[in-house]
Design a protein around this ligand. Structure first.
Ligand code: SF4
Ligand code: SF4
Length: 175
């Protein structure tokens, strides 16, 4: 069972559901997805694996509206920050500051992406980075012209890798 501190952190965070950390979740074989679709999640099947895109449609604010029926991958996931909190290596206040910094760095990266091209709503960070960076990083000249974007992406990626999980802004295969 999650501790009260863990719950306080996760219900003020949601970064593993809102497209910041992941582009999609995968259902386990045989997992029932009917309730998830009722909760608004659109499941697509590829190569026999059912997936739902992030930002997750079941996320409202920082709360999962499908909590009691959330997929196994969601039940099992615990980021490094949550593990450190549970291990007593940090406290809730410090952890929430790390979450706030992640949001600020994400916003700064998004601002740079938006300078590069018009951005549709509802994509994950990896998809935005892929979209904005497709041309901006191709040549040495393009990289010079887009240094602010590179810096913002690097700072965001470093923070996420350091505090949450190993991370790359490269788009995942099939996203
Ligand atoms: S990213 Fe970590 S702290 Fe944030 S909601 Fe997910 S598990 Fe909880
Ligand atoms: S089902 Fe709930 S826990 Fe899983 S990604 Fe969506 S909002 Fe997050």
């Amino acid at each position: 069972m999650a501790s009260l501190d863990s719950s306080a952190l996760c219900t003020s965070c949601g970064l593993c559901c809102d497209g910041t950390l992941f582009s999609r979740i995968e259902l386990a074989p045989g997992e029932d997805g009917a309730g998830l679709e009722t909760a608004g999640m659109r499941l697509v099947e590829a190569n026999g694996v059912r997936k739902a895109s992030q930002p997750c449609a079941a996320l409202k604010g920082c709360n999962c509206t499908a909590y009691s029926i959330r997929p196994a991958v969601c039940r099992d996931y615990r980021c490094n920050l949550l593990r450190r909190l549970d291990a007593g290596e940090t406290d809730v206040e410090s952890a929430l500051e790390i979450v706030a910094s992640a949001r600020r760095l994400r916003a700064e990266a998004m601002e740079q992406f938006a300078r590069a091209c018009p951005l549709p709503e509802g994509l994950s960070m990896k998809e935005y980075a892929h979209l904005a960076g497709a041309d901006a990083m191709k040549t040495a000249q393009a990289r010079r012209d887009n240094q602010a974007m590179l810096v913002a992406c690097t700072l965001f990626q470093f923070h996420i890798s350091r505090h949450f999980q190993k991370y790359s802004l490269e788009a995942d295969p099939e996203t």
